[in-house]
Design a protein around this ligand. Structure first.
Ligand SMILES: [Zn+2]
Length: 229
């Protein structure tokens, strides 16, 4: 199976690549005016076709940061739908920043190992400029710069519902500190930004969704990992 998709609520889906054990969480949010895709996976299989077949094609495609497991599939989507920040636009074509040293054969199901051997970074040919707000109609997302995990990381906040999409800036579990472009001092500041947002639930780039009741403790765990560095 190329992708697993799970409907989390009426307009929100979580998508993963089950054949990759370090899979990222990709999210699709359908508003009354537009549909947003947050992160694209590796780009080994066509997420674009998968969503089209389910009548869930996005109008806006963003990436939380330029690592292969989040931005790798961007090039599958039409350039009019891809939106990058200025910093992401600078980084996207530099594959040394994609974290490919973390793409290991043993993390990939045998069904996809051949595809992985042929894997190379495929940046999109062109894109649009991502501003400070994404208007989906009944959902409004603020785009917040959150450098640290990478210098191009963003988080998205739907303030009326208290939803925060954090990418790899925050998730439950071990944080990886030796990736290109990581800056722990900035990362701690970005965790503070998340701590101060109106939150009901956090949709992280990896692992479990984080309810508000657990978020304060887990944000502290993340922060202490960075301070120990
Ligand atoms: Zn990452």
């Amino acid at each position: 199976m190329s992708f697993n998709i799970k409907q989390l609520s009426q307009d929100l889906w979580q998508i993963i690549e089950p054949w990759f054990s370090e899979h990222a969480n990709l999210f699709l949010l359908r508003g009354t005016k537009k549909t947003l895709l947050i992160d694209t996976g590796l780009g080994v299989e066509s997420l674009s076709d998968f969503l089209f077949e389910r009548q869930l094609s996005p109008d806006v495609v963003v990436t939380t940061h330029c690592h292969f497991d989040h931005c790798g599939g961007l090039a599958q989507f039409s350039p009019e739908t891809i939106y990058l920040t200025d910093r992401q636009a600078k980084n996207i074509s530099d594959s040394t920043l994609w974290g490919l040293n973390y793409l290991n054969q043993e993390d990939v199901n045998i069904s996809h190992r051949q595809a992985l051997q042929n894997y190379s970074s495929k940046p999109p040919a062109s894109w649009q400029q991502l501003g400070h707000n994404i208007d989906l109609g009944d959902y409004q997302l603020s785009v917040i710069s959150a450098p640290g995990h990478t210098d191009d990381s963003i988080i998205l906040h739907e303030s009326s519902r208290g939803w925060v999409f954090t990418g790899d800036t925050f998730y439950e579990g071990k944080l990886y500190l030796d990736l290109p472009n990581t800056n722990t001092t900035n990362w701690i500041k970005s965790l503070e930004i998340i701590s101060n947002l109106e939150t009901t639930i956090i949709y992280p780039g990896h692992n479990n969704l984080v309810e508000k009741s657990k978020s304060i403790d887990l944000l502290e765990v993340a922060c202490s990992q960075l301070k120990a560095d």
